[in-house]
Design a protein around this ligand. Structure first.
Ligand SMILES: [Zn+2]
Length: 275
């Protein structure tokens, strides 16, 4: 055999979104934990992916071989979804992104912005893969219908957004898209607040929504400053608590008045209650 199964599979037409998962990574049982229960003919499928010749596979009928082949595709998809969350996997996807292998945003004002593959579910056979534009932060169907038939779970809900947080220089400011882009981003932010009740797309990482203040949404590192401020407030509250035993149960430390951030009152109140 001249090429490995993985290389062959990733070069099939329509499979261009997949990166090649390193065989050594697949060989590590730890990385495949809990996948077996979701894949039929798991052992044979794994042998197929890793090009392991087995007597059992050689004795299979054509029909059985087809079943194992489709199981191998499912297994590779699950493995791929995990691999692309690792630093090696992200690097492989970075190269593909830079090459615009996932296509470009069809919106005129996004000016050919390369997109990233994303699933709307981490469960197999729930949705087909979509592409996400880092500029307008919206979802689209892949340009090619072959690619569009891939299972969204093979890319997962998290990868695309974790990728952008890992390579923050790839996040494009929405203003660059013009008035429509800014309105779209504002709309997306508004939808994000109410959890996307109107069907708007809400980017999530491991199920958690991404802070609207973060660099991801064009923020300026505000959360970092806010965290520092909260820490300072906590320290202030703690020093207040240290003084408290003298006036036992009487004088609650007053919330620091001037800054007025919601966290400040909470922190001081919390410290008072904990005493
Ligand atoms: Zn776009």
């Amino acid at each position: 055999m001249d090429a490995s199964w993985i290389s062959w599979f990733c070069r099939l037409r329509g499979n261009e979104f997949f990166c090649e998962v390193e065989e050594t990574w697949v060989q590590d049982d730890f990385n495949l934990c809990n996948i077996a229960q979701h894949v039929p003919y798991y052992d044979d499928a794994l042998d197929m992916i890793l090009d392991v010749e087995s007597t059992r596979m050689n004795a299979m009928s054509e029909e059985q071989t087809e079943l194992v082949e489709s199981a191998a595709e499912l297994l590779y998809g699950f493995v791929h979804a995990r691999y692309i969350l690792t630093s090696r996997g992200m690097a492989a996807m970075y190269a593909k992104y830079k090459n615009a292998d996932f296509g470009r945003c069809p919106r005129v004002l996004c000016k050919g912005q390369p997109v990233l593959p994303v699933g709307q579910s981490d469960n197999a056979r729930a949705t087909t893969v979509n592409v996400f534009c880092p500029r307008c932060k919206d979802l689209f169907f892949p340009k090619s219908s072959r690619q569009g038939n891939l299972d969204g779970a093979y890319f997962g809900t998290t990868f695309c957004h974790m990728f952008l947080m890992t390579y923050p220089d790839l996040i494009v400011a929405p203003e660059d898209g013009g008035a429509v882009g800014a309105a779209g981003a504002a709309g997306a932010a508004a939808r994000g607040r109410d959890g996307g009740g109107d069907g708007g797309y809400v980017p999530r990482v491991f199920g958690f929504r991404i802070s609207k203040l973060s660099h991801y949404f064009g923020g300026d590192g505000e959360p970092g400053r806010r965290r520092a401020k909260l820490a300072a407030d906590k320290a202030a509250a703690a020093s207040g608590r240290g003084a408290a035993p003298n006036g036992k149960g009487t004088a609650r430390p007053k919330p620091p008045p001037p800054s007025g951030a919601p966290g400040a009152g909470d922190g001081a109140g919390g410290a008072g209650a904990a005493r």
